[in-house]
Design a protein. Sequence first.
Length: 362
Amino acid sequence: MLNGVDLRARESLAEQIGEDSWEAQLSIGVAAQPAAADRCRVRTEPMRLGSTRVARAFGIDQRFGPGSADCLDQRSGPDAADCLDPVGSLLVALGASVADSVVTELSAAGCGPALLEVLPCAEFTADGTGRLSYEIRLDGEVPAEQARRAVAAARARGTAHRTLEEPNDIKAVVQTARDVHLASPPTDRATADRTAVRRRTARVMWEIGTHVLAEVDGVHAESDQPKQLFGADLAPSAQEYFLAALAAEALGFADQRAAAPGEPAASVHASGRIDLRGPYSTQDAPVGLRNILVQLLPADPTRAGEAAPDAVRRWFAEGDALRLVRDPHPIEVRLVLDGTPVPVPHPENDRTTDTKEPHRAP
């Protein structure tokens, strides 16, 4: 074992799921309820890995709206938000997933980085169109060519990278007296003015194995994978941060009111599925988070009327986190090795490399 990465166990999982596709299906869910005037509490639900139920008893505090640093000149310190907002959670997820892919690739090559940081960035133009990028910073005895291969692994087999890069159909159900089913297909909007008017960044620092520490707008967070996916189960996974972002943002559009004691509150459940043959195995399967479903339960479903479905439609049209997950986004990747920028291949070329080994990680 190197860098806290159990390569032998990963290879064993790849063999198992290659022989039994049902065991490769990972189902994830979270539930959000208002907790205060401007925020909610998102709780992770048990994962299902094939026929195994995996408890994930974590909570993620989420602001409904963006933090105070949602502009080109970010601030930190006493004026920063005290918990993540939905876009901030997506940045944590992206950085954690990329770090996992990179350190696994380096471990397979016998490299032990002294430092691994991922700096994700989301930029928004005036019409709400998003752009994504991240910088990977590596220090230590890592050859440049091996560092490039680690970048290729993150692009090709990283769950978060592929989820944000590729289009996703987002489906929603509003549970009222008569359930309303809604869908938001991806769009690929072009805009004449590509000038960024808002920029969000994060700093994600690899600790060991799949465990990372993150900072967004002065807010600290951490992410890890469950033991069944070779983590230490210290914090929510990158995939759970994805769903937490969607659940919190949807709830912010629908109903932010915290319930009085003894009264029901609105809630949102978000779920998705990953076919682990994509990120972990040599088989040709989707790598990103798929089958994303958001379910809104109003505080009083019998009296919700059209207000709740209309709120979800507004979310489909205006939600920053939703559009980042739903719409395709070419992602710019930069590599800095021991303080020096290193050119990396264009993604159209590096997916033909041998990054589809059984031990590669999401």
